[in-house]
Design a protein around this ligand. Structure first.
Ligand SMILES: [Zn+2]
Length: 157
């Protein structure tokens, strides 16, 4: 069972706006927060440039500069946070991982995808790669303000 991803509504909107701004290219960025036993809590999002090597493919592919990821991990460590995963947008495509996404994904991380249709954010999902099967498993996304996130703890198991 994949634990849910809690994200403050303001940060979810920030990801959607990044997708709208980058349209028709894919936006991308890094999710920082706390990996707790029963959930992941996003506390910051860090926008990064889409540096996919073939610029003409940046509407269908994204890449994050490894140096940016190193900097994000360093800054997260200083703040007592962890890199929880990544987000990117799918311009005029559903918020489901592509074969390309799967080929580049690592287990453990959360992969948030926002679908942008005609410059509007229409769907936001999150996925975790299952190490055994090599396929993505959908992760529940729970939006709310931080105090509401705290109240949301009384779920089973
Ligand atoms: Zn994708």
């Amino acid at each position: 069972m994949t634990k849910p991803l809690y994200i403050p509504a303001a940060l979810a909107r920030q990801i959607e706006q990044a997708g709208v701004r980058a349209y028709p290219h894919e936006c991308c960025g890094i999710l920082l927060g706390r990996d707790e036993p029963s959930r992941r809590v996003v506390e910051r999002v860090r926008a990064t440039e889409n540096v996919y090597e073939d610029a003409s493919q940046r509407g269908r592919r994204f890449a994050i500069d490894p140096l940016e990821l190193m900097r994000a991990e360093r800054d997260a460590g200083r703040a007592g946070l962890a890199v929880l995963g990544f987000y990117h947008s799918h311009p005029d495509h559903p918020a489901r991982p592509s074969d390309f996404d799967r080929s580049r994904a690592w287990p453990v991380y959360s992969y948030v995808i926002v679908s942008i249709q005609s410059r509007q954010a229409v769907d936001l999902t999150s996925w975790v790669l299952d190490d055994a099967s090599g396929s993505f498993v959908r992760q529940d996304v729970i939006e709310g303000e931080p105090h509401r996130v705290m109240e949301g703890e009384s779920h089973d198991g």
